[in-house]
Design a protein around this ligand. Structure first.
Ligand code: F3S
Length: 684
């Protein structure tokens, strides 16, 4: 709307997956979401209709699963406003997670740009065996690369091991490339992609891709900026966590880790599915474990929550009896939506208020992400899968743990206890790559509304709404250097987009910039005090929460700056993490380094992201700093910027000068001058 276009310039789809809270289970949770978030869905539906965008109704599924089933194709390129968009790399697509403002570039028909990434080649050899799964490929890689290791890289998989993986297994691997900060991940076209395309009703695409096969892979002799080797035959099952997805353990290592860190020995919930691991293959393998447990008279020992990735998967599971199996064991089938993965989990407080460990087949495990409790330790594992050609020994690790109840559970060596006290060991389960009767495609009908652009449609926004607010364009740059700016907070350590703009209960305000801004930086740790969400209001000298002080500065027209640590803004494409500070009067974010998407999001909103040329200069910013710049006037690609740091508590002392760098391109500098990228686009 702010870009002032009549229609969307490229095929686009809208998905309602983040606002459905997990409570009683599927249908009832969707109905509840419709009642409490109806105005949001009406806004999205009417906006989609007006601009010619496919609208997927609440309950239809999670964006990445729906994209894999319906839109992704080998050799295509796609932007998605969610960091796990690279999931489509499992179908050979260059799919990149971006902020909403980046998606606007494509949707408004202007060029979208990206600093050319490097290419990290991951050579896969051997074949998965025993209990190892595709998920373990990325869990291991995350341990090797860390959450920053893939930054500014495309991860391209190659080698003979590639052909042993299923399409959905490759999607899982690509999905979690986001956890190492990769721009995207992708696989070359394989026979399993062809099978998946045919099974999802796209034989023509499968044929076309097969004909162009030699173009849908790396060139012969391709060179990579760096290469990592993983021998699938040597891969062991893993759990990663807690609190960060790169803390990777083999199961024997985890046993030691639990003892050394005094983590809970038992698990308090097991969650499978999500956009990461809810393929038919994943679910049949998990069900296979459950059937064994049922045969032994067992039920899940802890809450066991199953999130199908889409209605097509759910309906197919229902038809094939898989849902029954999970429910007989005490499992709860949640809605086809993100639910607990994005903090939409009405978990009883008594389960989360004390330190506890959960295991999930999700992709992300930052503190507080799933149930909002910092006491919950989330370990990421596989629900599931192995190579399709010999589906004998898959690793439904999370599912097996639902029955053992033990965090230190290694199904290759450990036994579980039957109700009568005797024990048994899980036998290798059977899994099925694709449903023998085909997917229940009828299930998808009615869940998507597609139409040509219709300018007569009124986009629904109630001016009195607390959840939707039409935003005003940000003011253009005033042409002056920053001066007299205060430090809102100097953040120490990890500061993800969840720390800057928390999810969970706050998601309901995503359409209302003023109201969601009340969560700004509530997860950030103050480098001077070690306290979370606490800072000094330098206009009054009083302590306050980060958002309260930011609102006070905004109301007093006091410009402010955030100073960040390494990889500031990692974790997701959440553009609110940039919009909110801008809305509240932030004029610059200065840090040791940025996560790529967040850095771009800041630029889009008219905030200059700056990095310390010397990372140790981070330590030279005092709490009471008054900040100014030299270099914004005349800013050019690669030009230097100087941060002048004055200390009112030391009158007469010369200002410290700190050299800063920026990565603004010529176009991005225009966004800054216009006040935001949207302002610049609207003017074109
Ligand atoms: Fe949703 Fe979690 Fe995936 S929030 S998109 S299921 S990462």
């Amino acid at each position: 709307m702010l870009a002032k276009r009549d229609s969307c310039a490229v095929p686009a789809s809208v998905h309602c997956d983040h606002l459905i809270a997990a409570d009683r289970g599927g249908h009832s949770d969707v109905a509840h979401a419709e009642s409490v978030s109806g105005e949001i869905f009406a806004f999205l539906r009417t906006a989609s209709k007006k601009y010619g965008i496919d609208f997927w109704r609440p309950g239809s599924g999670i964006i990445h699963q729906i994209v894999l089933e319906n839109y992704a194709f080998p050799g295509g390129m796609m932007l998605g406003t969610d960091s796990h968009t690279p999931n489509a790399g499992g179908l050979g697509m260059i799919a990149i997670g971006v902020g909403g403002a980046d998606a606007v570039d494509a949707m408004a028909g202007i060029p979208w740009e990206l600093k050319a990434p490097k290419v990290l080649g991951v050579r896969l050899s051997g074949k998965l065996d025993g209990w190892a799964t595709p998920k373990d490929v990325i869990l291991k890689l995350a341990g090797m690369l860390t959450v920053q290791g893939g930054t500014n890289h495309i991860i391209e998989y190659f080698g003979p091991g590639v052909d042993t993986l299923s399409c959905t297994g490759m999607a899982t691997i690509c999905n979690m490339g986001a956890e190492v900060g990769a721009t995207t991940s992708l696989f070359p076209f394989t026979e399993s992609m062809r099978r998946y395309l045919v099974a999802t009703g796209r034989s023509e695409v499968a044929e076309a891709a097969a004909k162009a096969k030699e173009h849908l892979c790396a060139d012969a002799g391709a060179e990579y900026d760096s290469v990592v080797e993983i021998n699938l035959s040597e891969l062991a099952p893993r759990l990663n966590g807690p609190a960060t997805p790169d803390r990777s353990w083999t199961l024997p290592e985890l046993k030691t880790g639990i003892a050394e860190n005094k983590w809970p020995k038992t698990v308090s919930a097991a969650l499978i599915g999500s956009c990461t691991n809810s393929s038919y293959e994943d679910m049949t393998r998990a069900a296979s474990i459950v059937k064994q447990a049922l045969g032994q008279g067992m039920k899940a020992k802890v809450p066991f929550l199953i999130t199908p990735g889409s209605e097509q998967i759910r309906a197919t599971m229902h038809r094939d009896g898989l849902l029954d199996v999970f429910q007989q064991a005490g499992g709860t089938i949640l809605a086809n939506a993100c639910g607990p993965c994005i903090g939409q989990w009405n978990r009883p407080k008594e389960e989360s208020s004390a330190e506890n460990a959960i295991v999930s087949s999700f992709n992300r495990n930052f503190k507080g992400r799933n149930d909002g409790s910092p006491k919950t330790l989330n370990f990421l594992g596989s629900p599931e899968a192995r190579r399709p050609s010999a589906p004998k020994h898959p690793s439904p690790l999370v599912t097996a743990m639902a029955f053992s109840g033990q965090l230190a559970f290694d199904p290759t060596t450990d036994v579980v206890t039957r109700p009568d006290g005797s024990t048994f060991r899980f036998a290798p389960p059977q899994g099925i790559e694709l449903p023998p009767q085909g997917f229940d495609e009828a299930a998808t009908r009615g869940w998507v509304e597609s139409s040509a652009p219709d300018s007569s449609v009124q986009v629904k926004v109630d001016p009195a709404s607390s959840r939707l607010q039409l935003i005003e364009p940000f003011a253009p740059w005033d042409g002056k250097e920053i001066s007299g700016a205060r430090l809102l907070v100097k953040v120490s350590g990890k500061c993800t987009t969840d720390h800057i703009s928390a999810a969970g209960p706050w998601l309901k305000f995503k359409g209302h910039l003023e109201n969601i801004s009340r969560n700004t930086l509530i997860g950030a740790t103050n480098a001077f005090t070690g306290q979370v969400n606490s800072t000094t209001n330098w206009l009054t000298g009083e302590q306050g929460t980060n958002p309260d002080v930011a609102f006070a500065y905004r109301d007093a027209a006091q410009p402010w700056v955030v100073v960040g640590d390494w990889n500031y803004g990692e974790g997701s494409a959440r553009e609110h993490a940039a919009m909110q500070p801008r809305f509240l009067g932030c004029v610059a974010v200065v840090c040791r380094s940025f996560a790529r998407i967040h850095e771009t999001n800041l630029k889009k909103q008219g905030i200059v992201p700056l990095t310390f040329v010397n990372p140790d200069d981070y330590d030279r910013i005092p709490a009471d700093a008054v900040l100014a710049t030299r270099g914004l006037v005349g800013l050019a690609p690669g030009s230097p910027v100087i941060l002048e740091v004055a200390r009112p508590s030391e009158p007469g002392a010369p200002a410290v000068e700190i050299p800063l760098a920026h990565t603004m391109s010529r176009d991005q500098i225009e966004w800054f001058r216009a006040g935001s990228a949207l302002n610049a686009i609207a003017a074109q």
